[in-house]
Ligand binder design. Structure first.
Ligand code: ATP
Ligand code: MG
Length: 439
């Protein structure tokens, strides 16, 4: 492994490495939470230095926040690619015409941000992309051989939400993965829809939300009976769902009366009411958009078919950050699930002399050489107590402390952020064989 030397030209110590020195991190945690945030997620994420608010509903992602977002989106990208969807990227800046064509320019009302472009042209900022993707992909669908096809993007969306006061849960500018599938028959759409459910379960499990996220029956609109939402249980969620513990699914409030308060799968009437937040949703659009844009294809017999069946599938990647924070924290700060944490290890140096400092540096390098992402608190003149409470606030899964005492004993102290379990690891093993340390 190449040891990274200080880059003289740029003055950065850690350019290109898997870790960052906290002395160089552009953010620091702040003691007091912002007064104008009423949600747990925004307060914690701002205090810990993940995000900053620009105005109601828009946030900047600082280095820690951007890393979490990138990890969540990488998980989504992997799981969605695995079910054969291909990644594209469509414009956020869109003309009004396709929206006029589906009637949604008026129907969506105030939620669409509308603006004027050059030549006084009516434009909108993309809130969703059915109007763009349907003619875009439709142009490539000529024969039954071109179907099925599925594309997705991970992108910034814009919605002029009436109230944007739940931090990352409801932004006016937010991140979303949206996938769109096109099929020759309804059966084929049904089959793909089930595959998508699998991918969604994988995503939420890997984001640490598997146990508290329910497939939830919701209204299907004009064209099919149900759509499905993925609802994560959280005390401050905006939605109400009714859970069937036997079937591990739920029913949204809007459907519960229609279903006479019974589980749509087993008929159980003992449903548990919970507040929740929608982290994803999947919807059979049927031919709603494909017919609006006149999609058609030639079938096996060379005959023209006018029905292209579509599905759409969304996940709010920035809302997921909010949902994870809301559901995984304690009084001291955030507790990140391993797969989405900004770093694997928070290495805290309490070194007091140059010999100890060299040792701490050596550990920092060795962890990175062995593939671990490290936030390295190398800062001097900050008390151990302050470092520890900042570490709890930031919420990296493993805290590792290097001190005079531990170095004398030939160990480093490890603390698990989630369980609070403390143990000592032998320095020799840590430096050379991290796999054995199971961190
Ligand atoms: P909601 O019911 O919460 O308003 P929606 O049904 O309008 O959401 P979709 O259009 O299906 O949402 O969008 C797909 C996903 O995008 C949602 O499941 C959610 O995770 C996320 N999302 C939607 N609106 C927002 C928002 N304002 N801020 C953050 N994420 C959002
Ligand atoms: Mg919804």
């Amino acid at each position: 492994m190449i040891k990274l030397k200080r880059d003289v030209m740029s003055g950065f110590n850690s350019y290109g490495a898997l870790g960052v020195r906290q002395s160089e991190l552009v953010t620091t945690a702040i003691k007091d939470g912002p007064a104008d945030e009423d949600s747990v997620n925004a307060r914690l994420l701002i205090r810990a230095g993940y995000i900053r608010k620009l105005m109601a509903g828009t946030y900047s992602y600082l280095p820690l926040g951007q890393r979490v977002l990138a990890k969540i989106e990488a998980i989504i990208r992997e799981e969605i690619s695995r079910i054969g969807s291909q990644e594209i990227l469509m414009p956020a800046l869109q003309p009004s015409e396709p929206w006029q064509q589906t009637g949604r320019w008026e129907k969506m009302g105030k939620i669409l941000f509308k603006l004027k472009g050059a030549g006084d042209r009516d434009l909108t900022l993309g809130s969703t992309h059915e109007e763009i993707v349907t003619p875009l992909i439709g142009a490539f669908i000529k024969s039954y051989r071109d179907l099925p096809v599925s594309v997705f993007q991970i992108q910034t969306k814009f919605r002029n939400e009436k109230r944007a006061k739940s931090g990352l849960l409801r932004g006016r500018e937010f991140r979303m993965k949206d996938m769109y599938s096109f099929h020759a028959t309804e059966e084929e759409l049904d089959a793909y829809y089930e595959t998508a459910k699998q991918a969604y379960e994988n995503v939420f499990r890997r984001c640490g939300l598997g146990d508290i996220t329910y497939l939830t029956y919701a209204s299907g609109g004009d064209f099919c009976r149900y759509s499905h939402e993925y609802q994560t249980i959280t005390p401050y969620g905006e939605d109400l769902i009714y859970i069937c513990e036997d079937c591990n699914l739920a029913v949204n409030k809007e459907l519960i009366d229609e279903l006479e308060h019974a589980c749509p799968s087993c008929g159980n009437k003992e449903l548990q009411e919970q507040t929740s937040i929608e982290v994803g949703n999947i919807f059979k659009l049927m031919t709603r958009y494909s017919s609006a844009f006149g999609l058609s294809f030639q079938d096996e017999r060379g005959q023209r078919q006018d029905n292209v069946y579509m599905g759409c599938y969304g996940i709010g990647s920035s809302r997921l950050i909010g949902a994870i924070t809301e559901t995984s924290h304690d009084e001291n700060g955030i507790i990140w699930p391993k797969q989405v944490a900004p770093y694997d290890v928070h290495l805290i140096s309490l070194a007091r002399n140059s010999e100890e400092k060299v040792k701490a540096e050596e550990i920092y390098q060795a962890l990175q050489d062995q593939g671990r992402e490290v936030l390295y608190d190398n800062r001097e003149k900050i008390s151990p107590g302050a470092k520890f409470s900042e570490s709890d606030l930031i919420g990296i899964p493993t805290r590792m402390v290097v001190s005079s005492r531990s170095l004398k004993a030939g160990v480093v102290e490890i603390k698990d952020r989630k369980t609070g379990e403390v143990k000592n690891l032998k320095l020799g093993i840590l430096l050379t064989d991290i796999e054995r340390c199971k961190i």
